[in-house]
Design a protein around this ligand. Structure first.
Ligand code: UPG
Ligand code: MN
Length: 731
């Protein structure tokens, strides 16, 4: 093989500077952890409360282990830069099939789906090389209607975007009140066109909104497209025939208002039958994969969730740089863009901006075979998606085997329909050796791990202008439920045949194993977090010390680890342009997830192992009422629903407040002598108490609808009393 000249390269790679300093910090911190465990173990038998001591030691051991896993992200942050200007002209670019998923017209408003679709259709790319497939697991006429309306509006929207290089290419954002810049500037002809396109957009929005309110599509619209006839009799989302409609014919057959070709657009709602497993999103994507293989069969496949619109019309070009690179492209299975979110408040109340993952950690994965597959904003090579293993001896090029020539769309529709039957996959390798892998609530990370185990590399591509902006859960309950799904799914990955500790050895790099260990064992945080939340507080109530006194030299080790880890995580988030308060909020949510989502997910996994129940996919709601939105914008935590997820964190916060205040009162009465013995207990309980202030407010002070439901407060107070009572038997 000829060696590629540096000037031909389409991307370059560099590592972060200052790594020597980081390594120094690493060794000091590691020494700290080892010393702490040494202290714990050597004092285990001499302390009066050995079993409490042991429990705390195990918790600290797991904190230490998690820190070690995190080194996979921290050791060598690695950045890629792409050179799209060096790409061949648009005729030479590879075709791309874009797969979009939606599942529930109530939780995922049709207008949102239309907006996402339009933003993706506006890519700066040769329209003849693009094909769009949307999977609707809700089988909803309202969603179909919205997509139909979008296909009509696209005839104006796409040429407008192309002509004026529109960014953000999502019409809902571009025409929003907040985006006054767009309307205010530009030539007269621009303003004229802007007004025309905006009016058409508003008309489309109105028709989608109206249909949504009436729960019905007007008859005159229904007559415009044969697809609506599928809903002549009601469609049950869990039991229906395949619905598959070509809305825009590609291949230059449908044209926009300026006479340019439009990309192909196909609506698919795969067949569902009661009792036949459909494998949620993984099943939906595999069905789209097959449909696309007969209709366009592009060598690259981008998949995006319906709640994540494109924010950068250039992102496909960035992704293609990796697949066309003359030197390293043959190893790359997929390109992952970060998940970024719109509408996150300044201090990211629920930590859902996930900056730490996508602005810090994922760069670290670039050093060892690349990031996990995050389920949205990822461009896959069709071949790796379809199960091909990477073979270093057969470097493959991106081959264009796409469908060419004129097409009979009716024939293609029926051909594709045959591939979406609910029993089609029976006895076939789909879900195991082909496509997205089934059997786990995070089909994305699982599938990525399987690809990595097959030898493929991935790359994390993070252009300056964010590639996608999504919707994050805007309340406590949805956040905790989402994290329950994630941590459950991740633990399923760890317990699967692809466990990074067994199957991964020899197939994955060490750093990669560390990264996968950190994520897949996320749920186990619940153990050390609950121990640290409950044990020191209970011990404090009894005046039992489980930490070295201040006058003991070992105290320094604890103080150092506690302070350094907090300062480090704060510094990191500030580096990612977070605020001090966002760090504080993130820490609070971390504690709440640790004692809620993760406990629930461990329980779910135990139930699954015992064969009692199977975890599903709880879709996060993408709608918010006006009152709640106001509170969200003011960064007031939303509880509102009597969710069992709130009980453990509420209990924990109350217990710590009680023990902290009780200890303070005792200290005042008996003098400060006790501080020497109990300082670390006071610090821990005080810390939990202060970080829980919004919870106390929600339980006892607030009157609004978002407050903590009284039933949860009552349960939690009851639990605190019970725990205090029970603890007196073993402390
Ligand atoms: O039966 C289903 C369930 C969900 N979805 C779609 O899956 C996507 C993700 O669902 P969402 O409720 O938005 O979950 P999130 O927690 O926001 O999703 C994150 O976590 C998922 C794994 O749990 C990944 O698949 C996603 O890409 C990732 O963004 C949405 O487009 C849904 O329409 C389906 O198509 N079919
Ligand atoms: Mn989502």
């Amino acid at each position: 093989m000829a060696v590629a000249a540096a000037s031909d390269r389409l991307f370059s790679t560099r590592q972060a500077s200052g790594r020597l300093l980081y390594k120094l910090y690493f060794f000091i911190f590691l020494t700290g952890i080892i010393s702490l465990l040494y202290f714990r173990l050597t004092h285990l038998l001499t302390t009066t409360h050995s079993y409490l001591w042991l429990v705390i030691t195990l918790a600290e051991f797991w904190f230490g282990a998690s820190w070690l896993f995190q080194q996979g992200f921290r050791w060598a942050p690695t950045f890629h830069t792409t050179y799209p200007e060096k790409l061949p002209a648009s005729g030479g670019l590879p075709p791309v099939d874009v797969l979009v998923c939606t599942a529930d017209a109530d939780r995922e408003p049709p207008a949102l789906v239309a907006n996402t679709l339009l933003s993706l259709m506006a890519y700066d790319y040769n329209a003849n090389k693009l094909a769009y497939y949307i999977s609707d697991d809700g089988g909803s006429e309202l969603t179909f209607h919205a997509i139909y309306q979008a296909s009509k509006f696209a005839r104006d929207w796409l040429p407008f975007c192309r002509k004026y290089k529109v960014e953000t290419p999502a019409p809902q954002v571009y025409f929003s009140k907040e985006n006054a810049v767009a309307a205010g500037s530009g030539s007269r002809s621009f303003k004229q066109e802007y007004d025309v396109v905006k009016a058409k957009f508003e008309k489309m929005q109105l028709s989608i909104e109206k249909a949504g309110k009436m729960k019905k599509v007007p008859e005159e619209t229904r007559r415009e497209h044969k697809g609506f006839r599928e809903w002549d009799s009601p469609v049950n989302p869990r039991n229906h025939q395949t619905i598959l409609e070509v809305l825009l014919r590609g291949n230059g057959e449908d044209k926009d208002v300026e006479g340019n070709p439009m990309p192909l657009l196909v609506y698919v709602s795969r067949e569902k039958r009661t009792g036949v497993p459909h494998h949620y999103k993984g099943g939906a994507l595999n069905a789209l994969n097959r449909v696309s293989s007969v209709m366009s069969n592009a060598p690259l496949v981008l998949n995006v969730d319906c709640d994540m619109h494109s924010n950068n019309s250039q992102s496909l070009l960035h992704a293609v740089c990796f697949f066309l690179d003359p030197k390293e492209s043959h190893r790359i299975g997929y390109v992952q863009f970060p998940q970024s979110f719109g509408g996150i408040t300044e201090n990211d109340l629920y930590g859902n901006g996930v900056k730490r993952i996508y602005e810090i950690e994922f760069f670290g994965t670039n050093a060892h075979n690349g990031p996990m597959y995050a389920g949205t904003g990822s461009v896959h090579r069709r071949e790796s998606l379809n199960g091909r293993k990477y073979d270093p001896n057969v470097p493959i090029k991106l081959e264009d085997k796409s469908v060419k020539g004129s097409r009979d769309w009716d024939v293609l529709e029926s051909k594709a329909k045959a591939l979406t039957g609910c029993k089609y996959e029976e006895g076939k390798p789909w879900g195991k050796d082909m496509g997205l892998v089934y059997g786990c609530a995070v089909e994305d990370v699982f599938t990525g791990l399987v690809f990595h185990s097959r030898g493929w590399e991935s790359v994390f591509c993070s252009p300056e202008r964010k590639a996608y902006l999504g919707l994050a859960p805007p309340n406590t309950n949805d956040t905790l439920i989402q994290h329950k799904r994630w941590s459950t799914g991740l633990l399923e990955v760890f317990l699967s045949d692809y466990c990074p500790w067994t199957h991964g050895v020899g197939r994955l790099k060490l750093g990669q194993i560390l990264c996968y260990s950190f994520y897949t064992l996320w749920a186990l945080w619940c153990l050390p977090m609950s121990v640290y939340g409950f044990v020191p507080a209970l011990a404090l109530v009894k005046g039992i010390s489980l930490f070295p006194e201040v006058s003991n030299p070992w105290f320094i080790v604890f103080a150092f680890l506690g302070i350094a880890s907090h300062l480090f995580s704060l510094g990191e988030l500030m580096w990612a342009k977070g605020t001090m308060k966002s760090w504080w909020n993130e820490t609070r949510m971390w504690m709440m997830k640790g004692t809620s989502s993760y406990i629930f997910s461990v329980t779910v996994i135990i139930l699954k192992t015992l064969g009692i129940s199977e975890p599903g996919f709880e879709i996060t709601s993408k709608v918010i009422d006006e009152e709640a939105l106001k509170r969200y914008k003011r960064e007031i935590m939303e509880f509102a629903v009597p969710s069992p997820m709130f009980i453990p964190p509420a209990t924990l916060s109350l217990l710590n407040a009680y023990s902290f205040l009780k200890a303070l009162v005792t200290l005042v009465k008996t003098g400060l002598g006790g501080v020497d013995l109990l300082l670390l207990h006071l610090v821990i309980s005080g810390y939990v108490t202060i970080i829980s202030l919004p919870l106390y407010e929600a339980m006892f002070l607030r009157k609004d609808k978002g407050r903590m439901p009284t039933s949860i407060t009552v349960y939690s107070v009851g639990l605190v009393l019970a725990i205090l009572f029970l603890s007196s038997f073993f402390m």
